[in-house]
Design a protein around this ligand. Structure first.
Ligand code: ADP
Ligand code: MG
Length: 570
């Protein structure tokens, strides 16, 4: 008897990667093509995944990371081997640091040659290079493992505390052919990849007891709370507690900055005086003075809601940890909050009101001044007023002074609309975040950029124009890092280390790609240009000229820069 062997259809690594991503609901890839992943991008596009091609992998990675933050699905960044991979690594590390779910997929060179260091094209041991900067790192060595590899990467990125995951795909695995049926059977759809994590009832009871004992309670909202998309629960909890709240920068808008319980304008006062603090998805890192004096009272007691058990006690003792996902933890707290009889003292609320009023008056003096040239206050006031009429707009913000002033002056009214330098205080996220936000939401974006910060990702304005994204970039041009008026303390005509070109016409850059450039030197011009650019829904860049002498060394981080005494030459 003879057995007829039907020639079975074949598939290959490229197809299996695309099939696995689609099976898991991935609809967009951000990347830069080249050897060995060009065909992967082509095939993904042919198969209905949107491929957004960048000019630099760091921006592609930043776009993927912010897409992950906004959607709770891992953002995918695709790069070539060694140098392209390393360019993407800053974004991967930044995603891990900020708890954004992202997967960096890089093609890699021949393992046998790489491992013996025999000098391959783009030779690098990428898997080991990625490990310290990623939440998890995997390599797929056989095409039949692609399905499992992608499922593991997705789970690692979105479960528990989200983070950046590296997935290494050697060129020969992508090229390998296998039987199509075997390939199809090897694919894995990750079921419930970010399972709820319920807090223990004891932890909830302990937290409610502590909160009920508070005379001067305070709630801190972090970007973990924003990420969790538990917006109604956050509102209900804050309002039921009656406690003042302070949002971390990317949590601004979770409750409107106009909310009567917002104590943002009295931040230093409430941090220093609170006796019971509820941290909701916020870490006691440098951005919160590590929870210690002088910013905080040494006797304050903390309740911390976090999904990561090892975050607890990381900087100071946490009296009442509530480990679980924010939605579940808030639901559990809300169920008991009515009986807990939380009643902040009237003196506390009155003192906060007095501080808010005082600080608002001081701020108003700066905002109402009309200096010529503009300073950060007057320019940001114009931006604030236009954005107040456009609350749907995403705000991307980076720089030193541009970031610090922007955070304080630009009010947010809806959740997850402010995207900024985040946990690392990193520069270079601007265009990547703007593109990621525009692509995932289809909505409009205003990127408020220091002139130095803009330079790190500025070439992506070609990407913005090519995809016709509704992104408006405002370059706060004071001609320098921090400020533009420092002098060379040595010989020669070189500029000082912090100085950039004073007469730079950034608006002409976008004109090269068909976008609209605006050059403005006063608040009226800025208001008009921003309103027009937003109304057009088209790519635009506003070169906003401000005083080179405005801005402080290191922005609000003077204590991190002890040499800054040298800085005051002018
Ligand atoms: P911020 O900079 O706004 O203070 P951080 O990034 O420092 O915020 O802190 C975010 C925290 O939120 C992290 O400790 C992270 O573990 C936690 N987190 C992230 N997602 C969730 C979630 N879904 N549920 C609970 N905690 C979360
Ligand atoms: Mg500057």
């Amino acid at each position: 008897m003879t057995i007829e062997l039907e020639p079975s259809a074949q598939t290959d690594g490229f197809h299996l990667v695309v099939d696995a991503l689609k099976l898991n609901g991935i609809d967009t890839i951000y990347g830069v093509v080249g050897i060995p992943i060009t065909d992967l991008a082509r095939l993904a596009q042919a198969e209905g995944i949107r491929y957004i091609g960048f000019r630099h992998e760091q921006s592609a990675g930043n776009a993927a990371a912010i897409a992950g933050y906004l959607t709770q699905k891992p953002g995918i960044c695709l790069t070539v081997s060694a140098p392209g991979f390393l360019n993407g690594m800053v974004a991967l590390a930044n995603a891990t640091t900020n708890c954004f779910p992202m997967i960096l997929i890089s093609g890699s060179s021949d393992r046998a040659i790489v491992d013996l260091q025999q000098g391959d094209y783009e030779e690098l041991d990428q898997l080991n290079a990625a490990r310290p900067y990623a939440k998890a790192a995997f390599r797929v060595n056989r095409p039949e493992d692609i399905g499992v590899g992608i499922a593991r990467a997705i789970r690692a990125a979105v479960s528990g505390r989200p983070g950046g995951v590296y997935l290494d795909l050697p060129a020969d695995v992508l090229r390998s052919a296998i039987d199509a049926k075997t390939g199809a059977l090897s694919l894995v759809r990750a079921v419930d990849p970010a399972p709820r994590q319920l807090p223990s009832p004891e932890s909830v009871g302990r937290a409610l007891d502590l909160l009920a004992s508070a005379k001067r309670p305070l709630v801190i909202l972090g970007k973990g709370a924003a990420y969790a998309q538990a917006d109604e629960a956050v509102r209900a909890f804050v309002e039921a507690s009656g406690a003042p709240f302070v949002p971390m920068s990317m949590a601004k808008g979770l409750l409107s900055d106009n909310h009567p319980q917002s104590a943002a304008a009295a931040r230093s006062f409430v941090l220093g005086q609170a006796d019971v603090v509820v941290l909701i998805g916020a870490r006691l890192n440098w951005l919160l003075g590590h929870g210690k004096a002088p910013q905080w009272s040494p006797t304050a007691r903390f309740i911390q809601l976090d999904i990561s058990p090892t975050e607890i006690d990381s900087n100071r003792a946490i009296a009442a940890p509530v480990v679980g996902d924010i939605s579940s933890s808030l639901a559990a707290l809300l169920a008991g909050v009515e009986h807990a009889q939380i009643s902040p003292r009237a003196e506390w609320l009155d003192a906060i009101e007095a501080h808010k009023r005082h600080n608002a008056e001081r701020m108003a003096e700066h905002l109402d001044a009309k200096p010529d040239p503009m300073d950060f206050y007057s320019a940001l006031r114009a931006v604030r007023d236009v954005l107040a009429d456009n609350p749907d707009v995403y705000v991307v913000n980076e720089g030193a002074n541009t970031l610090d002033f922007g955070r304080n002056i630009i009010d947010m009214h809806t959740p997850r609309k402010r995207l900024d330098s985040g946990t690392w205080g990193v520069m270079g996220i601007g265009m990547g975040y703007a593109i990621g936000a525009a692509v995932t939401s289809g909505g409009r974006v205003v990127a408020i950029e220091g002139d130095s910060a803009f330079g790190f990702s500025g070439m992506e304005i070609e990407t913005i124009c090519r995809y016709k994204l509704p992104v408006v970039i405002i370059v706060f041009n004071n001609g320098g890092v921090y400020r533009g008026d420092d002098v060379n303390r040595g010989q020669g005509t070189d500029t000082a280390p912090t100085v950039l070109m004073k007469s730079a016409h950034y608006e002409k850059l976008i004109e090269a790609f068909g976008g609209t450039g605006h050059y403005v030197t006063d608040a009226v011009g800025l208001t008009g240009a921003l309103a027009e650019a937003l109304a057009s829904g088209k790519p635009a860049l506003i070169n906003c000229v401000i005083d080179p002498a405005t801005g402080t060394e290191s922005g609000h981080l003077k204590k991190l820069n002890p040499q800054s005494a040298l800085a005051h030459a002018t």
